[in-house]
Ligand binder design. Structure first.
Ligand code: 4EZ
Length: 230
């Protein structure tokens, strides 16, 4: 087993690199990949850069080039479900691309022919997460995550995303990573800690809480790795 651990921004993987300690750095496809042996298990860590295109490239590279057999994503998200507070964790059961729009031809939002509105994540990894949550006494919510190439800071856009997808949280990479994993038959886990609530003040909340929330998510994901290799 070789585990890919990815984030989008440097802040999302720095805490992971700190836990892993020693690693080898490899340049590939305009990005830096950190390869390590963590407690005897091979791991490859990278931040993709923000958005669906860069995250697609990184997830694909980790699987096809670095031969990872499981993928865990750790990062932050904007909360939509009012029950999600800053620092709370959400695990995606399924994800969709909220900005994929050929509705002009009568298709639903998030759908293109040959694809599907939602992509599911791996159920076994979610059950591992439940065990970890018990041990850490740190709960998470399961829910729908909507992904798009925009930082949402507008209540109207949020409402549209709830209406179209019933989403609980939103971010900019999860769905594209899940699409890659689904296509390449690699178990996928998407975890996010809330940094803002995607409202007017989202950018300020994000700046204030992204680092602390990224640490919460990273710590949880590394406990998952411990459990997986146990
Ligand atoms: C994208 N990530 C934000 C990147 C922001 C600033 C330089 C997560 C996220 C997010 N995405 C947190 N809050 C969000 C929001 N309100 N809308 C979209 O994955 C880069």
């Amino acid at each position: 087993m070789k585990i890919a651990i990815m984030g989008a921004m440097p802040e999302e993987i720095t805490p992971i690199l700190e836990i892993v300690g020693e690693y080898k750095t490899t340049q590939y496809a305009n990005n830096t990949y950190y390869e390590a042996s963590y407690k005897g298990c091979e791991v490859v860590i990278a931040h993709s850069k923000i958005g669906k295109v860069f995250s697609t490239l990184t997830a694909t590279s980790m699987i096809e080039h670095f031969a990872c057999t499981t993928l865990l994503f750790s990062g932050v998200a904007g909360g939509i479900n009012p029950s999600l507070k800053i620092g709370d964790l959400i695990v995606a059961t399924k994800l969709s691309q909220h900005d994929l729009d050929i509705t002009a031809f009568g298709h639903p939002m998030g759908f293109v022919p040959g694809g599907s509105v939602f992509v599911e994540t791996d159920k076994e990894l979610i059950s591992v997460a439940k065990d970890v949550a018990k041990e850490l006494d740190k709960n998470f919510q399961e829910g729908v995550i909507a992904t798009g190439d925009q930082f949402v800071h507008d209540t109207k856009i949020k409402e549209a995303i709830v209406k179209n997808f019933g989403a609980d949280a939103l971010e900019m990479e999860g769905a594209s990573v899940a699409v890659v994993c689904d296509a390449l038959h690699v178990p996928c886990f998407i975890l996010r800690a809330i940094s803002d609530t995607a409202d007017t003040d989202a950018s300020f909340s994000f700046d204030e809480f992204m680092e602390s929330s990224a640490i919460i998510s990273a710590a949880f994901v590394m406990k998952m790795v411990d459990k997986i290799i146990e």
